[in-house]
Design a protein around this ligand. Structure first.
Ligand code: DC
Length: 229
């Protein structure tokens, strides 16, 4: 039987590659839902800090992940009723998220919550294991990356625009440390799957990267007319 399949576009890639920006733009363009899976790991990190939980206590970390009281509303993220949209973007939160994300129990505790975002008419999601683990049936899988130097420059510019002081060589070091940890962990490591398209944005503008994703999707949806309904 010809059944409707909810289209998922899974964009995985390293820290500060711009995958979140591209994923959001593509979701908006297609009228799809959007899931920033990294935000969930960052929320667990924030809650861990707030509750002074030992980051080696995996049972307690998994408990935090399972019971996260989070609401995504418009552009904002609420944790226990408080807006934490900017708080979770802090470098410290990202680094802790990367450490916490290496625990299998934490990943397991977040799996169903992520899959629940797959709703009609479709989903665009970004992270590290969206195409490999969470949405293995995604109709389009993309590995979006850029050189570590360009990623550090982009992060630097972003922070400057927010009025936050930053040092570019510290940012580059943090990015490399995070790449190393996210790529070499034993569970759901960051890597380009054999079925994922490579999108290197080192010398692309945001609009060029967005167009590349949309044109891949258009080719796929033209071959599967039921996807767009
Ligand atoms: O994408 P991000 O920088 O917001 O993610 C923060 C950390 O969360 C990242 O260093 C690794 C972890 N993460 C993960 O392990 N799996 C995901 N799908 C998303 C993020």
């Amino acid at each position: 039987m010809d059944t409707y399949k909810i289209p998922v576009i899974a964009i995985d890639g390293p820290s500060a590659s711009g995958k979140g920006t591209i994923a959001q733009l593509v979701a908006k363009k297609l009228g799809f839902h959007y899931l920033d899976s990294g935000a969930l790991y960052r929320l667990v990190a924030l809650k861990t800090m707030q509750s002074h939980t030992d980051i080696h206590n995996t049972d307690q970390l998994a408990e935090i992940a399972r019971n996260l009281n989070v609401v995504f509303k418009n552009e904002d993220i609420y944790l226990d009723g408080t807006i934490v949209t900017d708080a979770i973007r802090a470098e410290q939160c990202g680094l802790l998220a990367s450490q916490i994300a290496a625990h299998p129990q934490v990943r397991e505790a977040l799996t169903d919550r992520q899959r629940a975002f797959c709703q009609p008419p479709g989903l665009v999601t970004d992270g590290r294991d969206m195409g490999s683990v969470i949405f293995p049936d995604a109709i389009l899988k993309i590995f979006l990356t850029a050189s570590a130097e360009v990623r550090a420059q982009r992060r630097y510019k972003q922070l400057k625009e927010k009025g936050i002081n930053a040092n570019i060589s510290d940012l580059l070091q943090d990015i490399k440390k995070r790449d190393e940890r996210d790529s070499n962990r034993s569970i759901a490591p960051l890597q380009q799957g054999a079925d994922a398209q490579l999108l290197d944005t080192t010398s692309l503008t945001i609009s060029q990267a967005q167009d590349a994703v949309l044109s891949w999707y258009n080719v796929i949806s033209a071959k599967n007319p039921r996807l767009d309904k």
